[in-house]
Ligand binder design. Structure first.
Ligand code: 5GP
Length: 174
């Protein structure tokens, strides 16, 4: 594995501090209700694991398999559901947990799909927001960090399935 193509963008301690803040913000906004956190696989699995512990109180975890990149560094704009939720979300307070918003197509599509299942409330949270390539307007409720126009890896985000296990976010230079 070649590591010298990576430049640290957000170090581990800043991620952890921001995740704790997001957890508190989410709990304060939604109040003392059970929250169904929907992890958008695979990129959000590490963020989700830290975030649910930061939210505290009653939390349920669900997983939604989505594929939009097919291994490259450019968005195809095609959203494919590879694994659906195991339980109905009707009447539940739901939070979609995403790793990064780039074009906005994935979250926009998922939001409409989940809204049709009649949750009590539906909020969205993303660790990273890369606003430069936005193709659809999407207002995410909770955002960890805004980042510049770079392809990033680490803390769950991959390139060809590698780098997910880095504890920090790094810019990948091809
Ligand atoms: P969007 O549909 O908003 O263009 O892209 C959302 C998905 O694209 C994310 O869930 C993520 O899987 C992927 N993606 C977008 N930008 C990056 C990036 O900089 N690095 C990685 N690893 N994935 C990205």
């Amino acid at each position: 594995m070649v590591r010298n193509k990576l430049d640290v963008l957000i170090p581990e301690d800043r991620i952890q501090a921001r995740v704790r803040e997001l957890g508190a913000e989410i709990r304060a906004t939604l109040g003392d209700v059970p929250i169904t956190c929907i992890c958008v696989l695979k990129g959000s699995f590490i963020f989700m694991a830290d975030l649910v512990r930061a939210i505290g109180g009653d939390v349920r975890c669900e997983f939604l398999g989505v594929s939009s990149y097919h291994g490259g560094t450019k968005s195809t704009g095609v959203v494919r559901i590879t694994q659906d939720l195991r339980s109905p979300i009707e009447g539940r307070h739901c939070l979609v947990v995403e790793d990064i918003i780039d074009t906005g197509l994935t979250l926009h599509y998922l939001y409409r799909m989940l809204q049709m299942r009649s949750p009590a409330t539906l909020h969205t949270c993303t660790l990273l927001d890369k606003p430069v390539h936005r193709e659809v307007e999407f207002k995410c409720d909770f955002v960890g960090f805004q980042i510049p126009d770079e392809f990033v890896v680490g803390y769950g985000l991959d390139l060809g399935e590698y780098y997910r296990n880095l504890p920090y976010i790094a810019v990948y230079h091809p």
